[in-house]
Design a protein around this ligand. Structure first.
Ligand code: BEZ
Length: 212
């Protein structure tokens, strides 16, 4: 059975380009992104890891640790990272797991045998400080993921966790957010001093609470 939203993300120990790690220790009390790619020395994967490296500060600002995984061996990861850095003008600083025995891939359901027997698909999990799965996405090997969208979802998740707000379709940072249904309009007016716009009793907007 694959992992679903709200499930506990399983812990594991693994060999990575940054040494041996315990996943929970690596995450500490912050957020995490664990994502798989099909194989080293492939073009789409090269751009994905490069983009993630270029966004490293954005992940760090949000207290998110990133961890990549494929079933390739460590020496292959190490050689490929040099190519990623060279071709994508970046510095890959996050660990890449060498999951040769597929321990992590199997724990997280990253191998979809009807797509490929041998390689992980493009799975991505966002994990909260409570170690619960907050987002899962799965892309085919031929489509690179949008890591700016992953950051957007993390922004939304962190707003919900900290301020009891949700985000509307196509929301971008700085735009108005939605008061969650669990908060009454009376309480919302007290809770959100920037104001509450009531469009319908169930559709209430407020300016994003954590921006000036
Ligand atoms: C790629 O990363 O380019 C790729 C990997 C596996 C299959 C197809 C494309």
């Amino acid at each position: 059975m694959s992992l679903r939203l709200g499930d506990i993300a399983p812990n594991f120990q693994a060999k990575t380009t940054a040494g041996d790690i315990d996943f929970y220790e690596y995450l500490g009390s912050g957020w995490g992104v664990l994502f798989s790619h099909p194989a080293d020395y492939t073009p789409v994967c090269t751009t994905e890891l490069g983009k993630t490296a270029l966004l490293q500060q954005e992940f760090a600002k949000r207290n998110v640790k990133v961890l990549a995984v494929s079933v390739d061996p460590l020496d292959k990861h190490v050689g490929w990272v040099k190519d990623i850095n060279e071709t994508q003008n970046c510095k890959v600083d996050f660990p890449i797991i060498a999951d040769e025995d597929r321990k992590v891939a199997n724990l997280y359901g990253m191998i979809h045998p009807n797509s490929s027997e041998n390689f992980t698909v493009r799975s991505l999990f966002v994990i909260g400080p409570d170690k619960k799965v907050k987002l899962t996405i799965t892309y085919p090997a031929s489509t690179g993921r949008n890591f700016v969208e992953v950051l957007r979802v993390i922004d939304s998740l962190q707003l919900t966790a900290n301020y009891s707000v949700a985000t509307p379709a196509d929301w971008k940072g700085g735009e108005d957010v939605i008061v969650v249904p669990a908060v009454s309009t009376e309480d919302a007016i007290k809770k959100f001093p920037k104001g509450v716009k009531v469009v319908k009793p169930y559709l209430r907007y407020t300016p994003q609470p954590n921006v000036e």
